[in-house]
Design a protein around this ligand. Structure first.
Ligand code: ADP
Ligand code: MG
Length: 400
């Protein structure tokens, strides 16, 4: 997939460049809780400023309906100003229209939360035109928003010469490497909760991958679909058909043991799973989860060992989704172990790609972010990309 990069634009001096970033970061009482996306997005802004461009940053924060002081981008602009060592004033859409824009080469301003404008998510023409009037060049850098058909994402790209920023290019290249020419074996690790976003990935990557290792809610759903008793485990009943279809594939590997217990972490114990047990009868181990207070909350130690064998041989690894309810001890072991295995392998020979809100949280907690070749800043967008879907923001950049 070819997407024009801002690196290929020769003369940026004095040019007004609109950068759509994704600085939608968690903020509590005005304090940024996690600046991962800001740090990642800074490369493009720094690059443009150094080349003498006049930079206008656009981002959204949260899901406002109209103006909401709590969702102002000011704390984010302040953080960027500190990191870059230069002023980054925040301007509202109206003041930009009345002429407050970066004046000198290398100046940076930030538009106030673009979702304060109702036309942003509606992708309406007036908003697109207003944004288009602000600049000579449009740069999409926020991979995390590239799956949105919004005015500041795909809309304005149709109005101005358009390029991918450094971060977006890096993400696309990394994901293309997986999708187009992965160094084999390719091992995909899928867990987490939201089945509707994982099943399309499973479907798309199945022909490409050598193995798909499963954890999290998908395992429970598969067991339930096979007629097994899963107590109060997290199950997505809407995906019974898909669970049975993809769960039955040879390349799809399931845990051989799981951790069963109460949701609050009490009375947890490891339990083997015998998949050969006929689905019309309850397996002996099911008796232990018949009690509706119990559920499956993690993969077990034998499964970690089994998955390690696959991961150790992998030359490309894709990971999304926790192996269990890792937020509640003792259910973190499976997820943490798999994360460490992936990081170790990615630090060495394998090319490792990870993404997803909770997945990245785990990497951060274990301080192994830097061991992974590509940690995606876009959870939802990454899953859509890996599902083979066309992302409106990226498609808009590919159009002449
Ligand atoms: P990501 O954000 O990394 O894409 P998801 O949002 O799909 O992943 O799911 C992550 C969540 O799934 C985690 O908060 C984790 O607690 C939950 N989870 C995974 N396995 C289980 C399980 N067996 N039971 C309950 N919750 C689980
Ligand atoms: Mg999530």
């Amino acid at each position: 997939m070819n997407v024009p990069s801002i690196k290929n634009v020769k003369n940026l001096r004095g040019k007004r460049v609109l950068v759509r970033a994704d600085f939608n970061v968690p903020i509590k009482n005005g304090q940024i809780q996690d600046d991962f996306k800001i740090i990642k997005g800074l490369a493009t802004i720094r690059y443009l400023a150094q080349k003498g461009a006049k930079v206008v940053i656009i981002s959204h924060l949260g899901r406002p309906t109209g103006f909401d002081a709590k969702l102002s981008l000011r704390p984010i602009a302040k953080r960027i100003a500190i990191l870059l060592g230069k002023d980054v004033p925040v301007v509202s859409g109206n003041s930009v229209l009345s002429g407050i824009s970066p004046r000198a080469e290398g100046d940076i301003v930030m538009l106030e939360n673009i979702r304060f404008l109702p036309g942003e998510e509606k992708n309406d023409r007036a908003t697109i035109q207003m944004l288009g009037a602000l600049a000579d060049i449009f740069v999409l850098d926020g991979f995390g928003v590239s799956h949105r058909a919004a005015a500041s994402v795909s809309g304005v790209a149709g109005f101005l010469p358009h390029y991918a920023g450094l971060l977006l290019s890096e993400e696309i290249e990394g994901l293309n490497r997986v999708m187009e020419h992965p160094t084999k074996p390719l091992v995909v690790v899928l867990g987490g909760a939201k089945m509707e976003t994982k099943i399309p990935v499973l479907k798309k990557l199945l022909p490409l991958a050598d193995y798909i290792l499963l954890g999290g809610g998908m395992v429970n759903t598969y067991l339930w679909a096979k007629g097994r008793d899963v107590g109060c485990s997290l199950v997505d009943k809407e995906f019974k058909k898909e669970a049975l279809l993809y769960g039955g594939k040879k390349k799809v590997i399931f845990p051989v043991d799981v951790v069963v217990g109460e949701k609050n972490g009490r009375r947890a114990q490891v339990m083997p799973i015998d998949y050969k047990f006929p689905s019309y009868a309850k397996a002996p181990e099911d008796r232990q989860i018949l009690n509706s207070k119990f559920g499956i909350y993690d993969i077990g130690p034998k499964t970690v060992k089994l998955y390690a064998e696959y991961l150790k041989k992998a030359n490309t690894i894709v990971w999304n989704g926790a192996m269990g309810f890792f937020e509640q001890p003792p259910y973190q072991y499976g997820t943490y172990a798999v994360a460490q295995l992936i990081a170790t392998r990615a630090k060495g020979n394998a090319f490792g790609v990870c993404g997803g809100g909770e997945t990245v949280e785990v990497l951060k907690k274990l301080q192994i972010l830097d061991d992974i070749d590509l940690v995606s800043t876009g959870g939802g967008a990454m899953l859509e990309f890996l599902s083979g879907k066309k992302l409106p923001g990226i498609e808009a950049l590919r159009k002449k």
